[in-house]
Write a protein that binds this ligand. Structure first.
Ligand code: ANZ
Ligand code: ZN
Length: 755
């Protein structure tokens, strides 16, 4: 066992689309500099790669090319592997994981069953988003403005029995633990907070006028209770009795003032949130305001702005949603609304018609996909026994190959009789397999754990190996995954922690979200015709040029504007480095005279560069790190001395994480047998960093008379003595009584004399 500290450097694994794009190159270049740098610092670095290889695009591509998704995917993986290798990314290929392979999805299925056994996976009928073109159910987050995220078709609604993971059980912890993530960007954390959407409010029970049942609503604004002018039910609400919109003919009674209020139905109220019903306050809620205007419903003001006394409803162009002073609210009039909110809430609780509640916007995670290319959900349905989980020994439930791809209909697995017909493992009766597959976000919610123990055939991963590397020290990827992938991974880690499968309960200590690669002001994309193919760049300039340019052009979090000039610049820099080495490698070691005259300043510059580059890499400021090396190179060329071997060695070592091929080649040219990538990261000599001498002005009674040159680490006494010995100063002080000598460190000496 190695005693070196571990460092887990993770990049988001790619979807094997078939081609590396510049976004990948940027992602991997960043991760690779870090991996090489940490290795040279003596860390045991885990730097793996794999393939997020289930999913719709492969299925669609296979349909289009009349091949099988497995073959299509394999080809894509081979091509991208070659591309990644040509970039010199130092992945540990022994740990490669491929989510669509049996040795991986067996454990995805096993993990699903652990969730199931813990009551965290359940089935329910749900209206789902259905994309008619992709013929599949979409998760809410895959619907963008009523359209399919992939093909832009208008999404329809459909009712189906679906599997869900109970992420809502973890909502509170997922929210609270965001505070632990000090190594994550603030914007990602706030996106996660908003997505979880904690809400504090009151559930209020309204009596109905001609009905024995009651109507409950959830509101975050009990301070507006006196301003309720109507109620709204979701179309699925039982009291709507099938009505999809309009007035129900029913009335509720406001517990605050016993007013009768009409009950309406509208789809702006969602059945899944709160109670599926709202008390509408059009004066103070914008959606209610618009609905009231459209349907000619009354608007009643109960909060007015702190500053204005004149605020007529008739002049309102929109709802007043801010805090203000309460009006038209009986005994609560005159209170600031924030205070009224608490008072009315408590008052309703006292009256027995209210209850303070916390709700989360986060919904349970719908994981059923009516698609072929995914991990089959390991469940069997038996008429005698009901829902029966597949036994561990029968895993994996293998994805059958005898499926026809048409891209139409639902659940392609149902078309395979050999797959769906099965004997019940309990009673032996004829039974059916679940024919849905799992959302691929499940595969990517635990791959970082499999990397810790990729060859384990007995377990998803051993706790020992997981604990050895987890949590990930640095995760690097696109900000487009800021919400779902990261939230799901956090959820998985917490559940697996609770199952005692891993010790940590947050997977990613530090997160870096890299910016996009753009060209001519737009994101590189085929449709815009502004794509630069990494292969072309590598062929023309070599991988090191591509890496160097990408890392130099902009800090990782920012957008990177592609520039042909920049590429040329990186190329020239590397050529100058090569020239420097070949010009100096033949020369004899400089003699002592040269060293004292020239080597010291350049050695100093070298050590300052080591310090700066090290600090820059630590904070991912790769662009400034490269700039420092460029400066050093300029300096070496400028002084035109015979460069000592120490300087050359160190320079190459600093450059090696950025330009691994070039530096390795030059390292060999310098006569070394061992790889440059197995060397230690250079250390700077602190003595070389400080400027060795400083100039200090000397005044007599406040008037500057001279300046002395002292060594930078000279002591105060020495400096005061030197100041008095100065000839120019002597003229003013000799024979005088010295009252005191003031020394401002490194700034000045002032000698105060009598008279
Ligand atoms: C009265 C009210 C007055 C409201 C006001 C807001 C402003 P969050 O923060 O998201 O929890 N609401 C409750 N359940 C709903 C549902 N199923 N579908 C649509 N809207 C629903 O928001 C809670 C607020 O959203 C609730 O507070 C309710 O409207 C609405 F000046 O009640 B409020
Ligand atoms: Zn059975």
């Amino acid at each position: 066992m190695s005693s070196s500290p571990k460092y887990y450097d993770l990049v988001m694994f790619p979807y094997p689309s078939g081609n590396l794009h510049m976004g990948h190159v940027r992602n991997y270049a960043i991760g690779d500099v870090l991996a090489r740098y940490k290795r040279m610092q003596g860390f045991e670095v885990l730097h793996p790669i794999g393939w997020d290889s289930f999913g719709l695009p492969a299925e669609n591509a296979a349909i289009k090319h009349k091949s099988h998704p497995a073959e299509w995917t394999q080809k894509c993986i081979e091509r991208m592997t070659r591309q990644i290798k040509s970039l010199g990314i130092s992945y540990d290929w022994d740990r490669e994981v491929t989510t669509c392979k049996e040795d991986y999805y067996k454990w995805t299925q096993w993990l699903f069953l652990q969730f199931y056994n813990k009551g965290l996976a359940y089935k329910k009928a749900a209206s789902v988003n259905f994309c008619p073109k992709c013929a599949t159910v979409l998760a809410n987050e895959q619907v963008k403005e009523d359209k399919c995220w992939r093909c832009d078709s208008l999404v329809e609604e459909k009712k189906l029995e679906q599997w869900f993971l109970k992420i809502t059980d973890y909502a509170d912890r997922l929210l609270k633990d965001i505070d632990k993530l000090s190594g994550w960007p603030e914007n990602v954390k706030s996106m996660q907070r908003n997505w979880i959407g904690k809400s504090r409010g009151v559930r209020i029970s309204f009596r109905l006028t001609a009905h024995s049942s009651r109507l409950s609503v959830y509101t975050t604004r009990p301070d507006t209770l006196f301003g309720v002018t109507y109620m709204v039910l979701a179309p699925e609400h039982p009291l709507a009795e099938g009505k999809t919109s309009g007035f129900t003919g029913k009335y509720a009674i406001n517990p605050a003032n016993n007013e009768e209020i009409p009950i309406w139905v509208s789809d702006y109220v969602l059945m899944e949130y709160g109670t599926g019903a709202v008390m509408a306050v059009p004066a103070h809620d914008q959606r209610d305001f618009e609905f009231a205007k459209k349907n000619n419903l009354p608007i009643k003001l109960v909060i007015k702005p702190f500053s204005s006394s004149h605020f007529p409803v008739s002049e309102m162009k929109e709802a007043f949603v801010d805090e203000g002073t309460m009006v038209n609210s009986a005994q609560f009039d005159g209170l600031p609304s924030s205070e009224g909110l608490k008072k009315i809430g408590d008052w309703l609780v006292e009256k027995g018609v209210g209850e303070w509640q916390t709700h989360f916007r986060l919904r349970d995670w719908l994981i059923s996909r009516q698609r072929y290319w995914g991990a089959p959900i390991p469940i069997i349905y038996c008429d005698n026994c009901g829902t029966v989980p597949v036994a561990d020994k029968d895993l994996p439930v293998i994805l059958p190959r005898d499926i026809k791809f048409t891209g139409e209909g639902t659940s392609p697995l149902a078309s395979s009789k050999s797959f769906s017909n099965v004997k019940c493992p309990n009673c032996g009766a004829a039974a059916r397999r679940e024919t849905d597959t799992m959302d691929t976000f499940i595969c990517s919610s635990w791959y970082y754990l499999r990397y810790c123990d990729p060859k384990n055939s007995k377990q998803a991963f051993s706790k020992e190996n997981a604990d050895k590397y987890m949590p990930v020290d640095q995760y690097i990827g696109g900000v487009e995954h800021a919400i779902l992938h990261l939230l799901y991974s956090r959820f998985f880690t917490k559940v697996l922690h609770d199952l005692d499968l891993v010790s940590c309960d947050e997977p990613f200590t530090n997160l870096l979200t890299q910016g996009m690669v753009i060209k001519d002001g737009a994101k590189m994309s085929k449709s815009k015709g502004n794509v630069v193919d990494p292969d072309d760049i590598i062929k023309k300039y070599g991988a090191d040029t591509a890496r160097l340019f990408i890392l130099f052009a902009s800090p990782p979090e920012r957008e990177l504007e592609w520039s042909d000039k920049g590429i040329e610049g990186a190329y020239r820099f590397l050529n100058r480095v090569k020239r420097l080495v070949s010009e100096n490698v033949q020369r004899p070691t400089p003699n002592a005279q040269t060293i004292s005259n020239f080597q010291i300043p350049i050695t100093k510059k070298l050590h300052q560069t080591i310090k700066a580059v090290t600090e820059d890499i630590e904070r991912f400021s790769f662009n400034t790190a490269i700039a420092r090396m460029m400066e050093l190179l300029n300096e070496l060329n400028r002084v035109r001395v015979e460069v000592g071997s120490e300087v050359l060695d160190m320079f190459l070592l600093l450059l090696s994480p950025f330009a691994p091929f070039t530096t390795e080649e030059l390292w060999k040219e310098l006569g070394y047998k061992d790889s440059i990538h197995k060397q230690e990261w250079p250390k700077y000599d602190p003595k070389m960093i400080i400027e060795s001498e400083i100039e200090i002005p000397v005044s007599v009674n406040g008037k500057r008379r001279d300046a002395i040159i002292v060594s930078a680490d000279a002591k105060e006494d020495q400096i005061k003595e030197l100041a008095q010995k100065s000839e120019k100063v002597q003229k003013f002080i000799s024979g005088k009584q010295i009252r005191k000598i003031i020394y401002v460190p490194k700034k000045m000496v002032n000698i105060v004399i009598a008279g």
